[in-house]
Design a protein around this ligand. Structure first.
Ligand SMILES: [Zn+2]
Ligand SMILES: [Zn+2]
Length: 360
Protein backbone atom coordinates (compact mmCIF):
# COMPACT_ATOMS: atom_id res chain seq x y z
CA UNK A 1 0.00 0.00 0.00
CA UNK A 2 1.24 3.49 -0.81
CA UNK A 3 -0.31 6.87 -0.26
CA UNK A 4 -1.56 8.79 -3.28
CA UNK A 5 -3.63 11.84 -4.20
CA UNK A 6 -6.65 10.42 -6.04
CA UNK A 7 -8.97 12.40 -8.31
CA UNK A 8 -12.29 10.58 -7.72
CA UNK A 9 -14.25 12.45 -10.42
CA UNK A 10 -13.79 15.44 -12.72
CA UNK A 11 -14.24 18.60 -10.67
CA UNK A 12 -14.13 16.79 -7.33
CA UNK A 13 -11.52 17.55 -4.68
CA UNK A 14 -8.47 15.27 -4.51
CA UNK A 15 -8.54 12.58 -1.84
CA UNK A 16 -5.47 11.27 -0.07
CA UNK A 17 -5.86 7.49 -0.07
CA UNK A 18 -3.91 4.27 0.30
CA UNK A 19 -3.64 2.48 -3.03
CA UNK A 20 -2.35 -0.93 -4.11
CA UNK A 21 0.42 -1.44 -6.63
CA UNK A 22 1.29 -4.91 -7.92
CA UNK A 23 4.85 -5.96 -8.71
CA UNK A 24 5.96 -4.66 -12.10
CA UNK A 25 5.19 -7.04 -14.93
CA UNK A 26 7.09 -7.37 -18.22
CA UNK A 27 7.93 -3.93 -19.63
CA UNK A 28 7.13 -2.19 -16.35
CA UNK A 29 9.13 -0.40 -13.67
CA UNK A 30 8.22 0.44 -10.10
CA UNK A 31 9.55 3.79 -8.87
CA UNK A 32 9.60 5.35 -5.38
CA UNK A 33 9.00 9.08 -5.89
CA UNK A 34 11.43 11.59 -4.40
CA UNK A 35 9.49 14.61 -5.64
CA UNK A 36 6.67 15.59 -7.98
CA UNK A 37 5.93 19.05 -9.35
CA UNK A 38 2.37 20.37 -9.44
CA UNK A 39 1.81 21.44 -13.06
CA UNK A 40 -1.01 23.52 -14.45
CA UNK A 41 -1.98 20.53 -16.59
CA UNK A 42 -2.83 18.61 -13.39
CA UNK A 43 -5.28 21.36 -12.55
CA UNK A 44 -6.65 21.28 -16.12
CA UNK A 45 -7.13 17.51 -15.88
CA UNK A 46 -8.84 17.78 -12.50
CA UNK A 47 -11.27 20.52 -13.59
CA UNK A 48 -12.08 18.91 -16.95
CA UNK A 49 -10.34 21.42 -19.27
CA UNK A 50 -8.27 18.41 -20.37
CA UNK A 51 -9.78 14.94 -20.36
CA UNK A 52 -8.61 11.97 -18.34
CA UNK A 53 -10.49 8.79 -17.37
CA UNK A 54 -11.41 8.82 -13.68
CA UNK A 55 -10.82 7.90 -10.95
CA UNK A 56 -7.20 8.78 -11.56
CA UNK A 57 -3.89 9.44 -9.90
CA UNK A 58 -2.53 12.63 -11.49
CA UNK A 59 1.00 14.01 -11.33
CA UNK A 60 3.27 13.82 -14.38
CA UNK A 61 6.44 15.68 -13.36
CA UNK A 62 8.40 13.39 -11.09
CA UNK A 63 11.70 11.80 -10.23
CA UNK A 64 12.61 9.02 -7.88
CA UNK A 65 14.41 5.74 -7.34
CA UNK A 66 13.77 2.46 -9.10
CA UNK A 67 12.40 -0.11 -6.64
CA UNK A 68 11.90 -3.08 -8.96
CA UNK A 69 11.90 -3.81 -12.67
CA UNK A 70 10.08 -6.27 -14.93
CA UNK A 71 12.16 -9.17 -16.22
CA UNK A 72 12.91 -7.62 -19.63
CA UNK A 73 14.03 -4.17 -18.41
CA UNK A 74 17.69 -3.41 -19.11
CA UNK A 75 18.06 0.40 -19.27
CA UNK A 76 17.67 0.95 -15.51
CA UNK A 77 18.18 -1.17 -12.39
CA UNK A 78 16.89 -1.02 -8.81
CA UNK A 79 18.37 1.90 -6.83
CA UNK A 80 18.92 3.97 -10.02
CA UNK A 81 17.70 7.56 -9.90
CA UNK A 82 15.18 8.23 -12.67
CA UNK A 83 13.13 11.02 -14.23
CA UNK A 84 9.58 10.20 -15.26
CA UNK A 85 8.63 10.95 -18.87
CA UNK A 86 4.88 11.35 -19.31
CA UNK A 87 5.02 11.14 -23.12
CA UNK A 88 6.89 7.95 -24.05
CA UNK A 89 7.25 7.61 -27.82
CA UNK A 90 6.43 4.43 -29.72
CA UNK A 91 9.16 4.75 -32.34
CA UNK A 92 6.87 3.43 -35.05
CA UNK A 93 4.27 6.09 -35.88
CA UNK A 94 4.62 8.76 -38.59
CA UNK A 95 5.69 11.49 -36.11
CA UNK A 96 8.28 9.21 -34.48
CA UNK A 97 9.65 8.21 -37.90
CA UNK A 98 10.24 11.92 -38.58
CA UNK A 99 11.97 12.38 -35.22
CA UNK A 100 9.07 14.42 -33.81
CA UNK A 101 8.67 12.11 -30.84
CA UNK A 102 6.82 14.75 -28.79
CA UNK A 103 3.93 14.32 -31.24
CA UNK A 104 3.93 10.51 -31.00
CA UNK A 105 0.45 9.25 -31.91
CA UNK A 106 0.71 6.60 -29.20
CA UNK A 107 2.29 8.64 -26.40
CA UNK A 108 -0.74 8.51 -24.17
CA UNK A 109 -1.63 4.91 -24.94
CA UNK A 110 1.38 3.66 -23.02
CA UNK A 111 -0.26 3.14 -19.65
CA UNK A 112 -3.81 2.52 -20.80
CA UNK A 113 -3.42 -1.22 -20.44
CA UNK A 114 -1.21 -1.14 -17.36
CA UNK A 115 -3.80 -0.19 -14.75
CA UNK A 116 -1.39 -1.22 -12.07
CA UNK A 117 -2.91 1.27 -9.65
CA UNK A 118 -5.93 0.19 -7.65
CA UNK A 119 -7.84 1.47 -4.69
CA UNK A 120 -7.81 -0.83 -1.69
CA UNK A 121 -11.36 -1.88 -2.66
CA UNK A 122 -10.01 -3.18 -5.99
CA UNK A 123 -11.26 -0.33 -8.23
CA UNK A 124 -8.92 0.55 -11.08
CA UNK A 125 -7.23 3.95 -10.94
CA UNK A 126 -6.18 5.50 -14.22
CA UNK A 127 -2.57 6.70 -14.19
CA UNK A 128 -3.24 10.25 -15.40
CA UNK A 129 -0.73 11.25 -18.11
CA UNK A 130 0.85 7.81 -17.78
CA UNK A 131 3.00 8.19 -14.70
CA UNK A 132 0.78 8.89 -11.65
CA UNK A 133 3.46 10.84 -9.83
CA UNK A 134 1.20 12.09 -7.02
CA UNK A 135 1.91 8.92 -5.07
CA UNK A 136 4.69 7.62 -2.89
CA UNK A 137 5.36 4.93 -5.49
CA UNK A 138 4.14 4.21 -9.01
CA UNK A 139 4.39 1.48 -11.65
CA UNK A 140 4.97 2.73 -15.20
CA UNK A 141 5.81 1.43 -18.68
CA UNK A 142 9.54 1.25 -19.44
CA UNK A 143 9.41 4.19 -21.85
CA UNK A 144 8.28 6.48 -19.03
CA UNK A 145 11.57 6.11 -17.18
CA UNK A 146 14.87 7.78 -18.02
CA UNK A 147 18.03 7.76 -15.90
CA UNK A 148 18.72 10.96 -13.96
CA UNK A 149 21.80 12.51 -15.51
CA UNK A 150 24.87 12.82 -13.28
CA UNK A 151 25.11 15.93 -11.17
CA UNK A 152 21.38 16.65 -10.91
CA UNK A 153 19.92 16.21 -7.40
CA UNK A 154 17.02 13.73 -7.45
CA UNK A 155 14.47 16.16 -5.98
CA UNK A 156 15.33 18.89 -8.50
CA UNK A 157 15.30 16.33 -11.33
CA UNK A 158 11.50 16.08 -11.04
CA UNK A 159 11.23 19.54 -12.62
CA UNK A 160 13.04 18.34 -15.72
CA UNK A 161 10.13 15.99 -16.49
CA UNK A 162 7.66 18.68 -17.55
CA UNK A 163 8.34 22.33 -16.66
CA UNK A 164 11.93 22.43 -17.88
CA UNK A 165 11.65 20.20 -20.95
CA UNK A 166 8.63 22.31 -21.93
CA UNK A 167 9.89 25.82 -21.12
CA UNK A 168 13.45 25.25 -22.31
CA UNK A 169 12.25 23.42 -25.40
CA UNK A 170 9.78 26.18 -26.30
CA UNK A 171 12.68 28.63 -26.48
CA UNK A 172 15.36 26.40 -28.00
CA UNK A 173 13.45 23.97 -30.23
CA UNK A 174 10.18 25.68 -31.08
CA UNK A 175 11.03 29.41 -31.19
CA UNK A 176 14.74 28.72 -31.88
CA UNK A 177 15.89 31.90 -30.12
CA UNK A 178 19.23 33.12 -31.46
CA UNK A 179 21.89 35.13 -29.56
CA UNK A 180 21.00 38.82 -29.47
CA UNK A 181 17.28 38.35 -30.11
CA UNK A 182 14.66 39.86 -27.83
CA UNK A 183 12.14 37.64 -26.08
CA UNK A 184 8.91 38.16 -24.14
CA UNK A 185 7.65 35.41 -21.84
CA UNK A 186 3.99 35.55 -20.81
CA UNK A 187 3.13 33.83 -17.53
CA UNK A 188 5.70 33.43 -14.78
CA UNK A 189 4.82 29.97 -13.44
CA UNK A 190 7.05 26.90 -13.52
CA UNK A 191 7.16 26.71 -17.34
CA UNK A 192 7.55 30.49 -17.74
CA UNK A 193 10.46 30.55 -15.28
CA UNK A 194 12.13 27.73 -17.23
CA UNK A 195 11.54 29.67 -20.48
CA UNK A 196 13.13 32.80 -18.96
CA UNK A 197 16.22 30.84 -17.92
CA UNK A 198 16.30 29.23 -21.38
CA UNK A 199 16.18 32.66 -23.06
CA UNK A 200 19.13 33.74 -20.91
CA UNK A 201 21.02 30.56 -21.91
CA UNK A 202 20.20 31.26 -25.58
CA UNK A 203 21.88 34.67 -25.27
CA UNK A 204 18.76 36.80 -25.71
CA UNK A 205 19.66 40.47 -25.40
CA UNK A 206 16.45 41.56 -23.75
CA UNK A 207 14.06 39.30 -21.88
CA UNK A 208 10.69 40.76 -20.92
CA UNK A 209 8.59 38.83 -18.38
CA UNK A 210 4.84 39.53 -18.31
CA UNK A 211 2.49 38.35 -15.59
CA UNK A 212 -0.79 39.49 -14.04
CA UNK A 213 0.84 39.56 -10.61
CA UNK A 214 3.25 42.32 -9.59
CA UNK A 215 4.55 39.97 -6.89
CA UNK A 216 6.51 37.78 -9.31
CA UNK A 217 8.99 40.43 -10.46
CA UNK A 218 11.84 39.27 -8.25
CA UNK A 219 11.28 35.64 -9.25
CA UNK A 220 11.28 36.61 -12.93
CA UNK A 221 14.38 38.79 -12.72
CA UNK A 222 16.17 35.99 -10.86
CA UNK A 223 15.41 33.71 -13.81
CA UNK A 224 16.87 36.14 -16.33
CA UNK A 225 14.21 38.76 -17.06
CA UNK A 226 15.72 42.15 -17.87
CA UNK A 227 12.31 43.83 -17.77
CA UNK A 228 9.07 43.06 -15.95
CA UNK A 229 5.58 44.12 -16.97
CA UNK A 230 2.30 43.62 -15.14
CA UNK A 231 -0.13 42.49 -17.84
CA UNK A 232 -2.58 45.15 -19.04
CA UNK A 233 -4.34 46.28 -22.22
CA UNK A 234 -1.17 48.21 -22.99
CA UNK A 235 1.29 45.31 -22.77
CA UNK A 236 2.01 45.01 -26.51
CA UNK A 237 2.55 48.78 -26.74
CA UNK A 238 4.86 48.75 -23.71
CA UNK A 239 6.90 45.95 -25.25
CA UNK A 240 7.25 47.85 -28.53
CA UNK A 241 8.43 50.86 -26.50
CA UNK A 242 11.10 48.68 -24.86
CA UNK A 243 12.34 47.37 -28.22
CA UNK A 244 12.88 50.44 -30.37
CA UNK A 245 9.19 50.53 -31.42
CA UNK A 246 9.60 47.19 -33.22
CA UNK A 247 8.37 44.51 -30.87
CA UNK A 248 10.23 41.45 -29.67
CA UNK A 249 11.66 38.84 -32.01
CA UNK A 250 10.02 36.04 -30.03
CA UNK A 251 7.04 35.75 -27.70
CA UNK A 252 6.51 32.63 -25.58
CA UNK A 253 2.95 32.31 -24.27
CA UNK A 254 2.75 30.11 -21.18
CA UNK A 255 -0.83 30.93 -20.18
CA UNK A 256 -3.20 29.44 -22.78
CA UNK A 257 -5.73 32.28 -22.89
CA UNK A 258 -7.04 33.87 -26.08
CA UNK A 259 -6.31 37.43 -24.95
CA UNK A 260 -2.74 36.56 -23.95
CA UNK A 261 -2.07 34.70 -27.21
CA UNK A 262 -3.34 37.73 -29.13
CA UNK A 263 -1.22 40.12 -27.05
CA UNK A 264 1.84 37.91 -27.45
CA UNK A 265 1.42 37.94 -31.26
CA UNK A 266 0.83 41.71 -31.24
CA UNK A 267 3.99 42.27 -29.21
CA UNK A 268 6.31 40.68 -31.78
CA UNK A 269 8.06 42.56 -34.57
CA UNK A 270 7.25 42.12 -38.27
CA UNK A 271 8.41 38.58 -38.98
CA UNK A 272 8.41 37.73 -35.26
CA UNK A 273 7.60 34.28 -33.85
CA UNK A 274 5.04 33.43 -31.18
CA UNK A 275 5.14 30.03 -29.53
CA UNK A 276 2.07 29.00 -27.55
CA UNK A 277 2.95 26.66 -24.70
CA UNK A 278 -0.06 27.33 -22.47
CA UNK A 279 -2.98 24.94 -22.74
CA UNK A 280 -6.37 26.61 -22.91
CA UNK A 281 -9.92 25.40 -23.40
CA UNK A 282 -12.04 25.24 -26.54
CA UNK A 283 -13.78 28.45 -25.43
CA UNK A 284 -10.56 30.42 -25.97
CA UNK A 285 -11.05 31.68 -29.55
CA UNK A 286 -8.27 33.83 -31.04
CA UNK A 287 -9.05 35.91 -34.12
CA UNK A 288 -6.80 37.47 -36.76
CA UNK A 289 -7.76 39.37 -39.87
CA UNK A 290 -6.38 38.33 -43.23
CA UNK A 291 -4.65 41.64 -43.94
CA UNK A 292 -2.66 41.66 -40.70
CA UNK A 293 -1.50 38.09 -41.27
CA UNK A 294 -0.02 39.25 -44.57
CA UNK A 295 1.27 42.59 -43.35
CA UNK A 296 3.09 41.42 -40.25
CA UNK A 297 4.59 38.24 -41.71
CA UNK A 298 4.56 36.71 -38.26
CA UNK A 299 4.55 33.08 -37.21
CA UNK A 300 2.26 31.55 -34.58
CA UNK A 301 3.00 28.00 -33.53
CA UNK A 302 1.84 25.49 -30.98
CA UNK A 303 4.32 23.59 -28.91
CA UNK A 304 3.87 20.18 -27.27
CA UNK A 305 6.27 19.20 -24.45
CA UNK A 306 8.68 21.88 -25.70
CA UNK A 307 9.16 19.93 -28.97
CA UNK A 308 11.50 17.89 -26.79
CA UNK A 309 12.91 14.41 -27.07
CA UNK A 310 13.55 13.63 -23.40
CA UNK A 311 16.21 10.99 -24.14
CA UNK A 312 18.10 13.46 -26.32
CA UNK A 313 17.51 16.58 -24.24
CA UNK A 314 17.92 15.52 -20.60
CA UNK A 315 21.73 15.22 -20.95
CA UNK A 316 21.83 18.73 -22.45
CA UNK A 317 19.75 20.15 -19.59
CA UNK A 318 21.98 18.37 -17.07
CA UNK A 319 25.04 20.00 -18.65
CA UNK A 320 23.40 23.41 -18.13
CA UNK A 321 22.64 22.46 -14.51
CA UNK A 322 26.21 21.32 -13.82
CA UNK A 323 27.61 24.51 -15.39
CA UNK A 324 25.34 26.67 -13.21
CA UNK A 325 23.41 28.08 -16.16
CA UNK A 326 20.14 26.34 -15.27
CA UNK A 327 18.94 26.69 -11.68
CA UNK A 328 16.22 24.11 -11.10
CA UNK A 329 15.70 25.06 -7.46
CA UNK A 330 14.84 28.62 -8.52
CA UNK A 331 11.63 27.36 -10.14
CA UNK A 332 10.30 26.08 -6.82
CA UNK A 333 8.46 28.53 -4.61
CA UNK A 334 6.85 25.98 -2.31
CA UNK A 335 7.77 22.50 -1.02
CA UNK A 336 4.67 20.61 0.09
CA UNK A 337 3.30 17.20 1.07
CA UNK A 338 0.63 15.31 -0.94
CA UNK A 339 -2.01 16.98 1.22
CA UNK A 340 -0.83 20.38 -0.05
CA UNK A 341 -1.78 19.78 -3.70
CA UNK A 342 -5.32 21.30 -3.48
CA UNK A 343 -3.87 24.48 -1.95
CA UNK A 344 -1.24 24.52 -4.72
CA UNK A 345 -4.11 24.38 -7.27
CA UNK A 346 -5.74 27.34 -5.51
CA UNK A 347 -2.49 29.31 -5.70
CA UNK A 348 -2.24 28.54 -9.41
CA UNK A 349 -5.78 29.78 -10.01
CA UNK A 350 -4.94 32.94 -8.06
CA UNK A 351 -1.75 33.41 -10.11
CA UNK A 352 0.52 33.05 -7.10
CA UNK A 353 4.02 31.55 -7.00
CA UNK A 354 6.18 29.47 -9.35
CA UNK A 355 6.32 25.69 -9.04
CA UNK A 356 4.95 23.87 -6.00
CA UNK A 357 6.96 20.68 -5.46
CA UNK A 358 5.64 17.69 -3.54
CA UNK A 359 8.60 16.27 -1.63
CA UNK A 360 8.12 12.70 -0.38
ZN1 LIG B 1 3.12 19.52 -16.97
ZN1 LIG C 1 5.17 7.26 -32.07
Amino acid sequence: MVRAAVLPAVGAPLEIADIDLPDPGPGQIRVRLAAAGVCHSDLSLSDGTMRVPVPAVLGHEGAGTVVAVGEDITHVRPEDGVVLNWAPSCGGCHACSLGEVWLCANALNGAADVYAHRRSDGTDLHPGLNVAAFAEETVVPAGCVLPVPDGVPLTDAALLGCAVLTGYGAVHHSARVRPGETVAVYGVGGVGLAALQAARIAGASRIVAVDVSPAKEELARGAGATDYLVASDNTAREIRALTGKQGVDVAVECVGRAATIRTAWDSTRRGGRTTVVGIGGKDQQVTFNALEIFHWGRTLSGCVYGDSDPARDLPVLAEHVRAGRLDLGALVTERIALEGIPAAFENMLAGKGGRALVVF
